[in-house]
Design a binder for this molecule. Sequence first.
Ligand code: C5P
Length: 396
Amino acid sequence: MTQSKARILLIVDGAAAGLPGLQLLLRLRQAGFGVQVAASAAAQDFQPAVSWAAFSGLPCMALEKVSVEQLAQAELLLAVPISQNRLEQLLSTQQWRKTMQEHNIPLLAAPALLPDEAETELNCADTFAELPAGSRIIMPDEQRWDMGAMGSIALASTERCMEEVYNFFTVSDLLGKKLLLTAGATIEDIDPVRFISNRSTGRMGLALARAAARRGACVKLVHGPLADPLPANPRIEPIAVRSAQQMYEQSITELKNMDIAILCAAVADFTPDQYAPKKIKKHGEQELSLLLRRTPDILASIGKQEKRPFLVGFAAESDDLELNARLKLQSKQCDMICANDIREPGSGFAVHTNRVSIYSKEGHVTQLPLLSKDKCAEQILEQVSAHYYAWLQNQR
Ligand code: C5P
């Protein structure tokens, strides 16, 4: 990743720039990208230059006055939002096209359209074929932006634009690899009303799914309940399950032809021995005993298989992190364990950050700092990818 060095020139234009443009700028900055803004006069009517400058940390340029030298410093031009007219105008400006070609600067453009134009092809679509590789139009998705008195506009969501930016900057080292990922908690039903579950939100799993898809992997995401929405990414195929038994069955079914399996789910270790088909009534008893039995251990079952994918497990520990992680590596016969100390602030359940240490079967240890779950997922996949290719060599 060249993320921290990346220089994005964010071109914002029109009334729509105010909210969606600013939201994208904030997301890009949070993700660590270096962004400078070139705002058209219309965009500055809605969000003044000082505001763009404050949020990007760099002076805001007037779009109409961007020089060839300034343009040539960018690694990527990101025009979000941009009106169709302005896009056509930029593309027909000889100087812009020449500079983009000479310096190999691609353009990602998300036009702001009227809702009834959202599916019509843009007049300038053909021109994109002549721009540097990676250039593309990001057409609106289902999201409509409510612009108050100005009505609603069709414009790709911030999430979608971020995916495109990540795709542009990310290495495709897992291109075409098939990856099985388990995520979230499982639910073990006691009766039609009650169940046993745990505090997992599935956020780490979702971050891993997004990061793997960005690197080009095709992800089968076998998941329990999740706190956040599923990513709308064609490379991620979600398969919803409820219980540990269902997660086990789905994972084993999907295992064939998988290259890598990352088991991140917080699977319940025990499930009620008997499911009560009718709601359990209290008849004045002061106690109720529930007999629980072990659920299948998905990680250990895959670990035992003779022909299995590169296998990564997780370990949430409250003591002796390293010792327990190493024991788990051995007992579950996996190739890598990502361990975190759940007692540490910012590293347990239901938070957006994690501090993970990665232990490989060969004895390598990588201690990651406290990171957002997205960044943590990037780092984990970096390690997974490197170790996977080394492992593959030994399989032959
Ligand atoms: O034994 P423990 O639950 O600490 O192991 C955690 C790892 O094992 C995680 O990767 C988790 O997804 C996996 N696991 C599993 N099936 C179980 C229990 C845990 O795949 N029944």
